[in-house]
Ligand binder design. Sequence first.
Ligand code: NAD
Length: 500
Amino acid sequence: MTVIGHFVDGSMRDGASGRTLPVFNPAVGASDTSVALADKVEVDGAVAAARQAWPEWSKTPPLRRARILDRFKTLLWERADELAETISAEHGKTHADALGEVTRGIEVVEFAVGAPHLLKGEFSENVGSDVDSHSIRQSLGVCAGITPFNFPAMVPLWMFPVALACGNTFVLKPSERVPSPALKLAAWLAECGLPDGVFNVVQGDRRAVDALLNHPDVRTVSFVGSTAVAESIHRTAMANGKRVQALGGAKNHAVIMPDADMDMAADALMGAAFGSAGERCMAISVAVPVTDAVADALIERLVPKIKALKIGPASDPSSEMGPLITGAHLDRVRGYVGRGEQEGARLVVDGRDFRQDRQGYENGFFMGATLLDHITPDMDVWKDEIFGPVLSVVRRRSYDEAVELIHRHSYANGTAVFTSNGDTARRFSQDIEVGMVGVNVPIPVPMAFHSFGGWKASNFGDHNMHGMEGIRFYTRMKTTTTRWPTSAANDVQFAIPTLG
Ligand code: NAD
């Protein structure tokens, strides 16, 4: 059995801990590879390589750093198909969806190539008589990234291109369920001329994460994953004096107003609820039609579309939805559907019994798309993040009731409103207490030059990912005030200096 290893100091490394975990092909439901799980010694080795590479990399002119990333960007476009295939093989998402993820990741590299402009400092002449002042943004050192299974390339790409462009070095700990894409990214960066040690990948589980969180040379921690882990990583990293951004789970609601284009809303919900089998932190998992008439009109449009959904492996280009990530997760999602039924939901379409009958994929972790109606806020299917192809309908009587429902939830990652009324749209985007808002856009993932991040239990820390927030997170500011001896006053001052 092949064992997927690490990438440290410019080369692939076998695991040395003796601990491994099987890596599944979720479409087949079987595993013929495993991943090495790093222990503390291996993590320490990767951090040491990154620490050693940092002084020279941080002093490399920003333009030269950017040119390496520019080559990397070109190479990513050329090899996007290959990367997408690697993603689909371990994650299960369709090829088109994996290509979309790669594209969104490349956009962050495109943004990072322009970092020299953003790293320009500020200069003030004559802040006092013959005294000048300037501020610069400097790198911090070794940055760590800990990423989830659902975007094996895009989420790491939210982090390291910006970190590297700012002059930091990086240690990435990808999800143990999708270990290969990160290694491809590391090898391709090296091919583009990135010096050894600047970007490293350690595979592993909680033990590797703990080693990173407790390592004194790790200066920043960027995490994306479930809320319980995000909260604990935020707490530990803060206690250890590190800068931290930790993005957590989600439960995203789409409000459908009576004046919405109902066909547009139904199409948007299909992609947003069932794309990537609902395993997206920006998936719409709750539809909130305002009035019963809107709910009925929406469900009438959704049901035939759900029944016609093409569920299959990434190897079939006509597949619209792939499998779930593991057998255990499939059982968990099916369990939520059963629980919803027990709690009083109406099961409009039940995807639990879907069976993939094409040869070779019979044991894949596939589930059919599911639609639950008459969900209420006291039900677990509303409260919890299910992270599967399950769309819940919560009927509300007015706009205010819909907004109140969204505000009642602990998660606040993304949301959307479907309406043709400009006043409603403006009011919603101003008032809603959620980090990312779509107006007739179901998955409002900000572009690379904006920043990604939710509110409340969906995000811990002060900075969002990429865009200017990313530049701020991966740099620290230094301000120098300068006076030359010819203009210096000779007297000693004991009061706080005032320059004006
Ligand atoms: P996860 O929290 O199980 O794992 C994320 C990472 O943390 C992995 O690298 C994993 O190895 C590590 N990890 C897991 N348990 C840990 C522990 N106890 N201590 C330390 N490290 C641990 O998440 P997942 O199942 O891989 O991903 C799905 C979750 O990620 C969902 O909740 C989804 O909403 C969330 N997510 C959020 C965003 C966002 O931007 N907010 C984006 C993508 C995914």
